[in-house]
Ligand binder design. Structure first.
Ligand SMILES: *Cc1c(COP(=O)(O)O)cnc(C)c1O
Length: 390
């Protein structure tokens, strides 16, 4: 099926091959193509709500993530809870997820972060036992493999995909893969219900920019308080959550161009191997520096953003600014979302991870020479600041 021109209809023939490959690799029953992963997440949460025999079902999401998977939870009438992460990967574990379980818990979102994948065997068994839906977000790991060798997206009840800017395919779009009968029945019910009205493209752009700016502004305040550079930042939590409603128009989007997506689909293998070649350069040039290299991309086969954990988080800003002055962008994805949305769900390991992680580019905006020079800049500036491997 597809959400196009603001209504749900059968998948058009142009997407037939992509749909078959997605269903084959994940063991899915059906796909719903749409404009964004946010739309797919929102539908998944609406189905959690439909299936839940409680007023306000809780959904556990990882503390380390972009804001979207968490922001869509209240829009679907559910409550978001945040799981802490393994400080060496940034991804939650069965133990950190179980810590957030309450009798109202109805679903768990697992995000394969930066292209790394998690071993979901135990988590899936536990979710099954507890009657929880497992939602597998593959937006940063399309085409990857789990540690057991199976394709990512083939474990959860629902799989979430994004083909928008910065993701593996950047042609526009998103998808939801339904893998279980229970969810398929819920989808039939949900598809009959009226959909949120979509806003026009111009308003969508303006509103997205506003949301991004708000997020970054509040994250900066939060970090500065944590680092004791400023004393107070009012209530960041209410600042973020009280305007949530204003952004609800961003969530549901039609897929604009199915044939562009169909063309891009066939190029995924090339995208993956070019990214891996760049990750390989970082790995060899960054060996021995004052950081730990995350190598989960090797087992998963997919590098979305190359990531390293810096041994001297107190010097992170100094180092990244020096590297930026050399003309290279490095980023620091992400700040723990519990800190913006629900501080009561304390996630100390997520905070430690967020302070240490540096993300480097491997996408089509940079070539191999750039990657090599960026790695050299990191090494040179770290040495100049006087930082050596611990
Ligand atoms: C980017 C991203 C999303 C949202 O994707 P859109 O297509 O922009 O809605 C959701 N989940 C994760 C993990 C992402 O990285």
């Amino acid at each position: 099926m597809i959400l196009a021109d603001h209504r749900i209809s059968p998948t058009p023939p142009t997407l037939g091959a992509a749909e078959r490959s997605l269903l084959d690799s994940t063991g899915g029953r059906s796909v719903v193509w749409c404009g964004r992963a946010a739309t797919a997440l929102y539908w998944a949460y609406r189905m959690v709500k439909l299936l839940a025999k409680t007023d306000c079902p809780e959904i556990i999401v990882p503390a380390i993530s972009c804001a979207t998977p968490a922001v869509c939870v209240p829009q679907a009438g559910c409550r978001v809870r945040f799981a802490d992460v393994d400080p060496s990967t940034g991804m939650p574990t069965l133990a950190t997820i179980r810590e957030r379980w309450t009798p109202a818990t109805r679903a768990v979102v697992f995000i394969h972060l930066y292209g790394q994948t998690g071993d979901l065997t135990e988590l899936a068994a536990w979710c099954h036992e507890q009657g929880l839906l497992l939602i597998e977000d593959v937006a940063q790991a399309q085409g990857s493999r789990l540690p057991n060798g199976n394709p990512a997206g083939g474990v959860g009840d629902i799989g979430i995909y994004s083909f928008n800017r910065t993701k593996m395919l950047e042609c526009g779009g998103g998808a939801m893969v339904v893998r279980t009968e229970r969810v398929e029945r819920a989808w039939q019910e949900l598809a009959e219900q009226p959909q949120i009205e979509e806003i026009d493209t111009e308003s969508f752009r303006e509103l997205s920019l506003s949301q991004r700016n708000l997020y970054h502004s509040l994250v900066t305040l939060r970090k500065m308080v944590r680092l004791r550079k400023i004393r107070a930042a009012g209530s960041v939590v209410t600042a973020f959550t009280s305007v949530e409603d204003a952004y609800s128009g961003l969530t549901v989007r039609s897929l604009e161009n199915p044939s562009v997506l169909a063309d891009a689909w066939t190029g995924l293998d090339v995208v993956i191997s070019e990214r891996s070649a760049k990750a390989e350069i970082y790995s060899s040039k960054l060996a021995g520096g004052p950081w730990k290299l995350l190598d989960g991309w090797r087992t998963s086969g997919v590098c979305w953003r190359y990531a390293l954990l810096f041994d001297f988080p107190e010097h992170a800003t100094e180092l990244t600014e020096a590297v930026r002055r050399d003309g290279f962008y490095v980023s620091n994805l992400y700040w723990p979302l519990n800190d913006l949305m629900r501080p009561a769900d304390e996630c100390p390991d997520a905070e430690e991870f967020a302070r240490r992680v540096l993300n480097l580019w491997v996408d089509h905006t940079v070539d191999r020479d750039w990657v090599a020079a960026c790695a050299e800049s990191l090494q040179r500036n770290a040495a100049r600041i006087g930082l050596h491997a611990r």
